[in-house]
Design a protein around this ligand. Structure first.
Ligand SMILES: NC(=O)c1ccc[n+]([C@@H]2O[C@H](COP(=O)([O-])OP(=O)(O)OC[C@H]3O[C@@H](n4cnc5c(N)ncnc54)[C@H](O)[C@@H]3O)[C@@H](O)[C@H]2O)c1
Length: 262
């Protein structure tokens, strides 16, 4: 693990709606934003994970609420938003973080898994943004960060095959981000994306990503020779949401240990 994180950005008075915050990068983002003064709405299909995130935020004396939210379901998103509004009174930030992948080669990939991955990773970001952005506008504006990946730009085939559905879903995120930035600028809402490299979460398998075999594969790409931690991504998200990034919109920021450099 890395040394204790330095808190740098002021989110006092802000309220963040974070999808997929019951685990991994979403949980680290909830903890970081709460430590920097925001109230966090922990939105996830995994009630147990969301509850644990809230427990950790409360233990650190932050403000958090767990809400059930399936990013594929408009009614579920609206109910989660309304529960968050009832608790905290406004929403100023959105982090479209919920995501998943299934590991299959082209020939094994089913239509069911194609639809699942596209619906959660790409359609879900649009649907949640459509439901939440009027609330951010009503608060006077704010910011949105979408979770992308280096795999929106390059194919990583550590097992000898790509995940074509995952690449396609995340390939849409930088352009969705630009289009949303154009649409929402008039509402005083900035929209950016973060593109992580390999991060130690349970996304695929924590053991897998931290194994010597995985490190040997990754070391050929990484300039900074370690797997990324959820806190590395939370720091970038915190910056892009903050007023320190008030002149940044429409970008995708790689946070990848140099993966995309060569
Ligand atoms: N871990 C990595 O190496 C990595 C690299 C690049 C990008 N990312 C992206 O970062 C984001 C977070 O990934 P993570 O590594 O923290 O994974 P994770 O599996 O730890 O967390 C994902 C969370 O999303 C939730 N989720 C899944 N489907 C959902 C749905 N329909 N509605 C609401 N919530 C749902 C899960 O319950 C889980 O809590 C994802 O978008 C992922 O694509 C991860």
């Amino acid at each position: 693990m890395r040394e204790q994180q330095t808190l740098a950005f002021d989110h006092n008075g802000k309220v963040a709606f974070i999808t997929g915050a019951g685990s991994g990068i979403g949980r680290a983002t909830a903890l970081r934003l709460a430590a920097e003064g925001a109230a966090v709405i922990v939105a996830d299909v995994n009630a147990e994970g969301a509850g644990e995130t809230v427990r950790q935020v409360h233990a650190a004396r932050g403000r958090a609420l767990a809400v059930h939210c399936d990013v594929r379901d408009r009614a579920s998103i609206a109910a989660a938003r309304d529960a968050g509004l009832a608790e905290f009174g406004s929403i100023t930030y959105l982090v479209n973080n919920a995501g998943l992948v299934t590991m299959e080669s082209l020939d094994e990939l089913t239509e069911e898994h194609w639809d699942l991955v596209l619906d959660v990773n790409l359609k879900g970001q649009w649907l949640v943004t459509q439901e939440i952005n009027p609330t951010i506008e009503a608060a006077g504006g704010g910011a949105i960060v979408n979770l992308s990946t280096v795999e929106s730009m390059v194919v990583v085939s550590s097992k000898g095959y790509a995940q074509v559905h995952y690449n396609a879903s995340k390939g849409g995120v930088p352009m969705l981000t630009k289009a949303l930035a154009v649409e929402l600028a008039r509402k005083n809402i900035r929209v950016n994306a973060v593109a992580p490299g390999p991060i130690a979460t349970g996304f695929v398998s924590l053991e897998g990503i931290t194994s010597p075999e995985a490190m040997e594969f990754m070391s050929q790409r990484l300039l900074i020779q370690r797997v990324g931690q959820p806190d590395d991504i939370a720091a970038a998200i915190s910056f892009l949401l903050s007023s320190d990034a008030s002149w940044i919109t429409g970008i995708q920021l790689p946070v990848d240990g140099g993966w995309l450099t060569r």
